[in-house]
Ligand binder design. Structure first.
Ligand code: APR
Length: 237
């Protein structure tokens, strides 16, 4: 690991599972309780906005009752301490998660490629506003006053955010680490392949082998609250 400087970390729902936030797939996952087509596509929002807004109001309220766990805190520590160990080196956390537990765990530079529950996005003026309450009653946009707010979530069929920044970071990185994701959803599921093509070291930290496990140099299996702090301790020495 001596030549490792810049690190890109991709996280998924598994990193927040032990904080009590449902994952999407697997036993009791969110997509077992709700049909994606009913709540997580632009077509669903056009067809039945109340159903969609109610679904995200429930999720937005729920995440505010949850606390970051040892995995979130360990990644924040790595972000803080790694540049002291490797001056000028960068740690970028790219998350598919729409909760704010990385930030509440202390991380500063988190790239939310699938959006954030605690933002509302105005379809009229394109402004994004910090939002902790419901959207079901169609409140006015704080910027333009129009009742055109939607959850700031990247739905299926929509393009994830800041893809250029992510590929640029991969291009400048030495190590790619994937934590708590099933590798079921692209483009995130393709990052490991890009990382391999760019010659990066690759590591998977997950409860079970993901769909992309074969692409990783190394896979460590176990609960995030155990294997992530252990990996961070190892890296920081
Ligand atoms: N510790 C580590 N990994 C865990 C834990 C845990 N405590 N619990 C579950 N996992 C792992 C599972 O083994 C699984 O591989 O986390 C992964 C969660 O997978 P998904 O539920 O598919 O979630 P994710 O990969 O983040 O989904 C990707 O799909 O639905 C869309 O936009 C949504 O961002 C989401 C994307």
């Amino acid at each position: 690991m001596s030549h490792i400087r810049n690190i890109v970390i991709l996280t998924g729902a598994g990193v927040s599972a032990e904080s009590g936030i449902d994952t999407f797939r697997g036993g009791g996952g969110l997509w077992e309780q709700h049909r994606v087509e009913d709540v997580a596509t632009p077509e669903a929002f056009a067809r039945d906005p109340e159903l969609v807004l109610r679904f995200y109001d429930m999720r937005r309220a729920a995440i505010q009752t949850k606390e970051p766990n040892a995995a979130h805190r360990a990644l924040a520590r790595l972000e803080r301490e790694w540049p002291k160990k490797a001056p000028g080196a960068q740690v970028l956390i790219v998350t598919q998660n729409v909760d704010d537990l990385h930030e509440r765990g202390g991380a500063l530079d988190v790239l939310h490629m699938h959006g954030e529950h605690l933002n509302a996005w105005c379809n009229a003026c394109d402004a994004r506003s910090r939002w902790t309450g419901p959207l079901l009653h169609r409140p006015p946009c704080p910027a333009c006053g129009k009742a055109a707010l939607r959850p700031d979530i990247v739905w299926f069929g929509e393009i994830p955010y800041r893809m250029e920044d992510i590929y640029q970071a991969l291009g400048a990185a030495d190590l790619f680490v994937s934590i708590g994701t099933s590798g079921a959803v692209y483009p995130a599921a393709g990052f490991v392949r890009t990382a391999r093509e760019l010659g990066l070291q690759t590591l998977e930290l997950n409860l079970e082998r993901s769909q992309g496990s074969a692409w990783f140099h190394e896979s460590r299996l176990g609960p995030a609250t155990e294997i992530v702090p252990a990996w961070v301790d190892e890296l920081l020495g």
